[in-house]
Design a protein around this ligand. Structure first.
Ligand code: FMN
Length: 200
């Protein structure tokens, strides 16, 4: 099978692309707007890119041609927090993908606990096993189609890791129980079935 992205409708390419690169970690992003209202939403177009500086990158599409609340907040305030999603957080994360109006605080709405961050204005989510406080470095956009994505580059300025997911000074995947997103739709995976490969 061969697929030329430019030759198929946007909805189909979205679904197909979502299944091409898997499993994907989920950046459960908490932000604050200029009025001090909190927001949280999940994004799986996400990677930790480099270490020096520590850069993360997130791709956020538009909704009916309009920027999503997360993008508006990051642009207005200049920072955000990426909360990693474990099995306990999965359901609340999924609920936060609902299209709520900008003034709705999804953290409160889903019974999660906002916590003051150390170095950024955006709150972090207390229940998350790992949270990355990020300062906005750059926003990049390509093209001018109504559905174009915004690429957010952020520098990680503070990390929070729950002590109970550590073993011998390292984050232990069997304890962290981070979930991954598989294809489009509602398929996720657990990350506790791990194996080792020695480097030659
Ligand atoms: C697991 C998961 C991953 C998602 N990944 C993305 C993504 O990478 N980019 C995107 O634009 N939307 C993604 N979404 C959809 C957003 O979470 C959704 O549009 C949300 O309502 C945006 O909220 P906001 O307007 O508060 O920013 C994802 C949803 C789920 C459940």
């Amino acid at each position: 099978m061969k697929v030329e992205p430019a030759a198929i409708p946007p909805k189909e390419i979205h679904d197909f692309f979502s299944s091409l690169v898997t499993p994907r970690p989920i950046a459960f992003i908490s932000t604050v707007n200029a009025k001090g209202q909190y927001n949280a939403a999940p994004f799986s177009s996400f990677i930790r890119l480099t270490l020096n500086p520590a850069i993360v990158i997130v791709g956020i599409g538009r909704r009916k041609g309009q920027k999503k609340d997360t993008v508006n907040n990051i642009e207005a305030v200049g920072d955000f927090v990426i909360n990693m999603v474990d099995e306990n957080l999965a359901e609340a994360m999924n609920k936060c993908a609902t299209e709520w109006p900008p003034e709705v605080d999804e953290i409160k709405e889903t019974g999660l606990t906002p916590m003051k961050s150390d170095k950024v204005k955006s709150p972090r989510i207390a229940e998350a096993p790992i949270s990355l406080e990020c300062k906005l470095m750059q926003i990049v956009e390509f093209g001018n189609s109504p559905g174009r994505s915004t690429i957010i580059l952020g520098e990680v300025v503070m990390l929070h890791v729950k002590d109970e997911i550590m073993t011998a000074g390292k984050i232990d995947p069997r304890k962290a129980k981070i979930v991954g997103r598989l294809g489009d739709g509602n398929i996720y995976c657990r990350t506790t079935d791990v194996f080792h490969l020695q480097r030659p």
